[in-house]
Design a protein around this ligand. Structure first.
Ligand SMILES: Nc1ncnc2c1ncn2[C@@H]1O[C@H](COP(=O)(O)OP(=O)(O)O)[C@@H](O)[C@H]1O
Ligand SMILES: N[C@@H](CCC(=O)OP(=O)(O)O)C(=O)O
Length: 378
């Protein structure tokens, strides 16, 4: 089995782990562990992103009558996560492997220092042959700090771990041209190269009560991974040898091709969605230079600078009509930009009495926004 995948992330949705029932399905889990162990023994590093904490909590507590509130979901996840991680440890032990648990929130991934810490832990686990098992830290994650769904979390884990392949396993064979749950005639799409608004529009919501996001979040995850140069496969977790087939590039599910150029690691962190400290409003020339020509942002194209920020801060670049175009690291602080906006690069030194170079946001420090789901809030 020789392919060029060195490191893969396997995401298992609640739908896969329960096999559509209201309990974790041990037979299903052991079969997937067997396949991950085969890959591990062949030298591939495997990161598991597992859902199912809430389902496990509900099962462990004997299906209590709880509300849909955040607090009750957090209760289920807090109880269930211990059950879930024990299950994974016991199953991987059959193959002489240990697991290490990484519970993350969106806030951990947006903060540069915490991101690098999590990356170190991930690498340390992998270098000792331990399987990192990642889930959202649901018990403490409020709406503001959450990633929110494990599809997006797994794509972020793939960026964090600089993986080559992300396999999203679910209860359908892949992406269909309509939700197969309500359209039995729907056709499987075997390959996606560009995740256009038309492709995003095919995706519907979750099929299970405890799952989150459905196909829409899988496509968001695929889009993020694709932009970072990571291939994605969306396939059915219950299909025989699904992981081994995906790994060996045999035809399975929907394969989303990776963009050719892998982003360097700082840009990968920018894709994790850190919070911008300020906002720059660009004129149409700058919008074009950034969005279509892959150029750096010059002071000349900046109409307005909003917010207080230091040199090196992350800023959001917007068009005059308010569209978010990109995020990038600013080489000048907010006061400086207010003084040099609209000016030619040669005038920067004159205006400020010093200069840090002619660009305000260098193209190497900038990532463009992807196309978004219809109606999604930015
Ligand atoms: N175009 C589509 N193709 C395939 N599945 C879709 C599509 N649109 C919506 N879905 C739904 O997405 C569900 C899988 O997402 P979800 O329930 O969140 O599973 P998981 O727990 O694996 O993340 C499927 O059961 C299906 O009903
Ligand atoms: N973190 C949650 C799962 C969230 C989630 O995205 O679920 P799913 O759509 O089944 O992958 C849990 O462990 O229950």
């Amino acid at each position: 089995m020789s392919t060029n995948y060195q490191r893969i992330v396997v995401k298992l949705g609640t739908s896969v782990l329960t096999g559509g029932s209201d309990r974790l399905n041990s037979a299903r889990m052991v079969e997937l562990v067997r396949q991950m162990a085969v890959l591990r023994q062949a030298g591939t590093e495997v990161i598991l992103c597992t859902s199912g904490a809430m389902a496990a909590g509900r099962e462990h507590l004997g299906f209590p009558a709880l509300s849909d509130s955040m607090a009750d979901k957090q209760l289920l996840a807090a109880v269930g996560q211990t059950q879930l991680i024990q299950r994974w440890e016991n199953l991987f032990q059959i193959y002489g492997l240990h697991v290490g648990q990484l519970l993350l929130t969106g806030a951990d991934l947006r903060d540069r220092e915490r991101y690098l810490n999590a990356q170190d832990t991930l690498n340390a686990l992998l270098s000792h042959g331990i399987i990192p098992v990642v889930n959202e830290n649901d018990a403490v994650a409020t709406t503001e700090i959450k990633v929110g769904d494990n599809d997006n979390l797994s794509a972020r884990a793939a960026l964090l771990g600089q993986a080559d392949l992300l396999v999203l396993l679910t209860d359908q064979d892949g992406l269909f041209d309509a939700d197969p749950r309500s359209n039995p005639q729907a056709q499987l799409i075997e390959r996606v190269d560009a995740i256009t608004p038309q492709v995003l529009a095919l995706a519907g919501g979750s099929g299970t009560h405890l799952g989150t996001g459905g196909m829409a979040t899988k496509l968001q995850a695929a889009q993020l991974a694709q932009r970072a140069g990571i291939e994605v496969i969306i396939a059915a977790g219950g299909r025989d040898n699904v992981l081994l087939d995906a790994f060996a590039k045999r035809s399975v599910g929907t394969r989303v091709s990776a963009h050719a150029n892998r982003l360097e690691s700082r840009k990968q962190w920018l894709l994790a969605g850190p919070k911008a400290r300020g906002k720059l409003i660009l004129d149409s020339g700058a919008v074009n230079a950034i969005s279509s020509q892959g150029r750096s942002l010059l002071a000349k194209g900046i109409i307005d600078c909003q917010g207080e920020f230091e040199r090196g801060a992350l800023v959001a670049l917007h068009s005059e009509t308010g569209e978010l175009l990109a995020q990038g690291l600013s080489r000048y602080n907010a006061n400086d930009i207010t003084r040099i906006r609209g000016q030619h690069s040669q005038a920067i030194g004159e205006r400020l009495g010093y200069d840090y170079g002619k660009v305000v946001v260098h193209r190497n420090d900038l990532v463009l926004q992807p196309v978004s789901l219809a109606g999604e809030q930015k």
